[in-house]
Design a protein around this ligand. Sequence first.
Ligand code: C2E
Ligand code: MG
Ligand code: MG
Length: 567
Amino acid sequence: MLNKLNYLDGIHKTVLVVDDEYVGREILGAILGGQYNIIYAENGEEALQMIRNNEKILSAVLLDLMMPVMDGFEVLDVLKEDARYRSIPVIVLTSEKQAEVESLKRGAADFITKPYDTPEVIIARVRRIIELSEKRLVIQSTERDELTGLFTRSFFYEYAVLMDRYHSEREMDSVSINIEHFHLVNEIHGREFGDWTLRVLGEAIRDHARENEGIAARGDSDEFYMYINHQENYDALEKRLKVSLSELSGTAHIKVRIGVYSGTADSRDVVNRFDRARLAANTLRGKFNRTVAYFDQDLKHKVFYEERLINDIHEGIDKKQFEVYFQPKYDITGAKPALSAAEALIRWKHPEFGMISPGDFVSLFEENGLIQIVDHFVWEEAVSAIRHWKDVYGITVPVSVNVSRIDIYDPDIEKRIDGLVKEYGLLPKDLHLEITESAYSDNADQMMEVVENFRKKGYLIEMDDFGAGYSSLNMLANLPIDVLKLDMKFIQGIHKDKRSLRMVQLIMDIAGFLGVPVVAEGVEVEEQYKLLKETGYQLIQGYYFSRPVPAQEFEELIKEEQGKGEE
Ligand code: C2E
Ligand code: MG
Ligand code: MG
């Protein structure tokens, strides 16, 4: 059992005492037992066994040289040969001068002479040796993060596992902390200031962890972790971090997000618990009045739901649960609106969850690349529909498909889309590619290159959700695009307030300057439609004309359109 607690950032230091004589073990145990957790071995072989079993938590070994079965020298030789054990300092216990020299040569860190000095001397020596070896570990730096001196993530996880093992009765919280928009802090105030911020935060986090018998680590960039005793609430931490950050600088407004997962009892592995804490922290994105979030039932359901979706996607595709809907775009420049194109929008009819809209899964599937599976399916359905309408109605209804930012990184994207267009005997201009505005700023160079190549071949590129991202006008002037799709938000209020309307007019001017048409998306009511027409908008998509509908229903719209022509 563990003795009185004594923490190295919360980890109890363990010392192995190896001596064949009972009295020798008893004396050292009595002297050091107040400070360390002592474990014992009676000979070299037992010692090696103990070292193997306790490798990760062993701070030092006190080793008698003269022992039966296997003596101390042999133990030293084995330890020296093995990288896992080399960093554990060994203090030899001996009464012979000659043996001291020999054992230092064989890798011992220090020695204590028999008969033993006063307890204070022994305690001081052991402490010094442990400190030295810990410092060496810091320098070797795999255990510690250089900037903050906190544990690195992998060591932190290992220690957390040990804490669970040795203190299974403790109720623990897994805490994930990060800084809102840390990359902006770096960009605006400089790297040095960024580093300073991390150090200040790291110090406060370490202090808090210590006070709550826990450990702390820094992961990538601005991610911090704490594994500490369960807290009723996180007011104290919140306050502490606020105070230490306020010391930084009056001008830099730095906000942290704290995510908490409570509980060890459900036997989730450590990494998983911290994933959950981080998920909780991420729910605070953009919530400026809150700093702390807990992994609660809602989040738990969301995680289960998302895990299910990820799990079910392949079967969903195989069993044709996915269906492409089409939403018409109308040309409003003539006397009567005319059906001119369509957007393909994915729907998932899940056997258990019912109809799932892309809002639930597109960004989820973008995170793990699965979106490509969906998009490839949609592209093929789209070209096949264009083909079908050409054959049956003798007209071409160009279809826009959504191209995820993830698709852009796929080196085979051009080949795939070209292949589909050829296979179905279409022209590139029959297929429009919608790419959301924010994707352009992710990786501008690659995006430009891919988009340029498509345009050269004759595909039309539409910039989706225009105005929701952060393109500068300067950037916009140089973008290779053919159509702007105005983000829905802009349309919402135009029939209610003048400023919104004015905004939509300004965007029309910009589009005019760029020489590209604009599609107004999300048009729901007649007043919006009329105002847009007056402003000079040419293309409109929205519930006012039609919701996205299954292919068969879309055919009715085509028939209707053809009927109009015969009137
Ligand atoms: P988006 O590409 O901007 O598509 C337009 C969204 O607005 C669609 O939502 C459409 O149903 C909705 N909408 C159209 N008219 C109106 C209206 O008048 N009022 C309102 N309130 N909404 C309207 P949906 O189908 O739920 O798709 C949401 C987003 O999911 C899409 O936004 C697109 O970014 C993404 N998405 C949809 N299908 C796919 C796909 O096949 N692949 C990829 N990568 N993303 C897709
Ligand atoms: Mg779109
Ligand atoms: Mg859009």
